[in-house]
Design a protein around this ligand. Structure first.
Ligand SMILES: [Zn+2]
Length: 264
């Protein structure tokens, strides 16, 4: 809960626990200004995000590119190399660095390309998972402000604007697709190529062959993978098999070392 205490007396954890503030029904903002406090999508950017969502049973993530004079007006959705599951997106941090460099070369400011994290959910739930919240805090917590946006199936959305300066806080804001602005055509061929180049499905334990000690490579996660019980399966193994699996995981720090890779 937000309190009336002097901000300087608040601890860091108290600040991060700031509860969500719903927009008041009666706003003191003028209608024109009120309309601006929304995450607005150019229809082409929205179409691309929805297209990526519908290509997979997994999540897909990327960054929003916004206009320099309207930082909540999303002009583009751009992906970077990532490993995905039905419940997570993990960006490759070298790819993120390359993306940032390219954007700077294009003359854009970080507020235009590194503040809004867009990702899709394969199910009907647009609310963030615990992992989403952890990632958002860890990756974007040092920015003055940042926004987490989620697009689920049936076009359900979630947009949380978080600001880490001044009184600090988080606010859920409305989402609009703004058909009043000019927008480009779809390009499924190009989008397919981008998807193929950037999005790979994470390998799961079931890819590991206990008898040959080899992994069978990256595979699509089967539908049942959504409820894959990793810990349960590990516990059911006999001690020798379990040790083989743990040794294999130890040799694959990329699967669990989030110091190396940006988990989103
Ligand atoms: Zn998510």
């Amino acid at each position: 809960m937000k309190s009336e205490t002097n901000p300087s007396q608040q601890t860091v954890s108290a600040q991060t626990k700031t509860s969500l503030i719903q927009l008041p029904k009666k706003s003191i903002l003028l209608p024109k200004e009120r309309n601006r406090l929304a995450l607005r999508f150019n229809p082409a950017a929205w179409a691309k995000l929805a297209y990526f969502r519908d290509k997979t049973e997994n999540e897909v993530g990327g960054f929003a590119i916004t206009e320099v004079d309207d930082l909540l007006n999303v002009q583009e959705f751009i992906t970077v190399k990532q490993e995905v599951t039905s419940i997570s997106v993990k960006f490759d941090d070298i790819a993120v660095a390359d993306f940032f460099e390219t954007q700077v070369d294009l003359g854009r400011k970080p507020e235009q390309f590194a503040r809004i994290w867009l990702h899709t959910h394969p199910g009907d739930m647009s609310e963030p998972s615990g992992q989403d919240e952890t990632t958002f805090g860890r990756v974007f917590g040092k920015c003055n402000w940042a926004l987490m946006f989620i697009l689920a199936e049936n076009n359900r959305t979630y947009a949380k604007l978080s600001f880490n300066v001044g009184p600090k806080g988080e606010i859920l804001i409305p989402v609009e697709v703004d058909y009043s602005q000019a927008f480009g055509p779809s390009d499924h061929k190009l989008w397919d190529e981008e998807y193929q180049a950037n999005v790979s499905h994470a390998a799961w334990l079931s890819d590991f062959d206990l008898f040959t000690g080899e992994t069978t490579g990256f595979k699509d996660i089967p539908a049942s993978g959504r409820s894959y019980d990793f810990i349960g399966e590990l516990e059911r193994l006999d001690p020798i098999e379990r040790q083989i699996v743990l040794d294999e995981l130890a040799n694959r720090p990329d699967l669990w070392n989030d110091g190396e890779v940006m988990f989103i």
